[in-house]
Design a protein around this ligand. Structure first.
Ligand SMILES: NC(=O)c1ccc[n+]([C@@H]2O[C@H](COP(=O)([O-])OP(=O)(O)OC[C@H]3O[C@@H](n4cnc5c(N)ncnc54)[C@H](OP(=O)(O)O)[C@@H]3O)[C@@H](O)[C@H]2O)c1
Length: 252
């Protein structure tokens, strides 16, 4: 079934690569205009030109790890698109260490992007979404649902996103729906880095990660876009505060 987002104006944070990029492509394919955010001018401009979707795509560059950055990203998106109907909080960073080795810098890098960034991007977007009756989809993780060794900042950041989704779903109802998708292992730079940390190379690392997945595989990025487009669409108008695992059965 093709999900229709004709005429919608969508901001995807972290839309330059990986899951975010697949979400951008799927929204454009469904008729939306999309503001693509990456952490810098350079990564954002290069993704926008690589996507080649003409005026259907605008750039909203900048890090969401600071409050001023979040506000600037939302402002650029609203200016470029002429309003906002959907916010996808997808920007995220991995990174883990044993508790004895964990630094404040690593903790801040992960928490600031994943948790603080999601919150303050949402805060900046809320007035615009109230105007349009829009909605929000947060990209959390299965790591926010279960404990994972050496994931003591990433896991809590995603558990925070899950709880924040539920809090805001209640606070912003009935005006703005807020839902979250929790991916399992998806083939991106982030997962490849994790695979190398686990097993020394991507192939062996993926084999280890896929063992926890009943489907015994790593997902393609496009497999995450459909659920996001569904939650953001008029096919899901009674869904708010929903936490949807898309993980090949990992958390079943
Ligand atoms: N891959 C998985 O297996 C998996 C599983 C569960 C959840 N997730 C979640 O899915 C989301 C996307 O992950 P991914 O695997 O696609 O990651 P990825 O391939 O590493 O891409 C990360 C994206 O986030 C952007 N980003 C990072 N820090 C940022 C910042 N401070 N401000 C703005 N943008 C920033 C990057 O932009 P630049 O290009 O500028 O660096 C890039 O677009 C993340 O929230 C991640 O936690 C992924």
């Amino acid at each position: 079934m093709k999900i229709d987002h004709e005429g919608r104006r969508v901001l995807v944070t972290g839309g330059t690569r990986g899951i975010g990029r697949a979400i951008v492509e799927a929204f454009v394919d469904a008729g939306a205009r999309v503001a693509v955010n990456g952490s810098s001018e350079e990564t954002t401009r290069s993704a926008v030109s690589g996507l080649g979707a003409g005026d259907r795509i605008v750039a909203a560059p900048g890090s969401v790890a600071t409050v001023s950055g979040c506000r600037a990203v939302v402002e650029a998106a609203v200016e470029g698109l002429g309003g906002l109907d959907v916010l996808v909080n997808n920007a995220g960073r991995g990174g883990g260490a044993a508790i004895e080795d964990f630094t404040e810098e690593l903790w801040d890098r992960v928490i600031d992007t994943n948790l603080k960034g999601t919150f303050f991007t949402t805060q900046a977007a809320v007035p615009h979404l109230r105007r349009t009756g829009g909605n929000i989809v947060n990209i959390a993780s299965v790591n926010g649902m279960t404990g994972v060794v050496r994931s003591t900042a990433y896991g809590p950041s995603k558990a925070g996103v899950i709880n924040m989704t539920k809090c805001l779903a209640k606070e912003l109802a009935p005006d703005i729906r807020v839902n979250a998708v929790c991916p399992g292992g998806v083939d991106t730079d982030m997962l490849q880095n994790l695979a190398v940390r686990i097993a020394g190379n991507v192939e062996d690392g993926y084999r280890v990660i896929a063992r926890d997945c009943p489907q015994r595989r790593i997902a393609e990025t496009a497999e995450l876009a459909g659920p996001v487009l569904f939650l953001a669409s008029d096919a899901a108008t009674f869904a708010t505060g929903s936490i949807v695992a898309i993980d090949g059965g990992e958390t079943a």
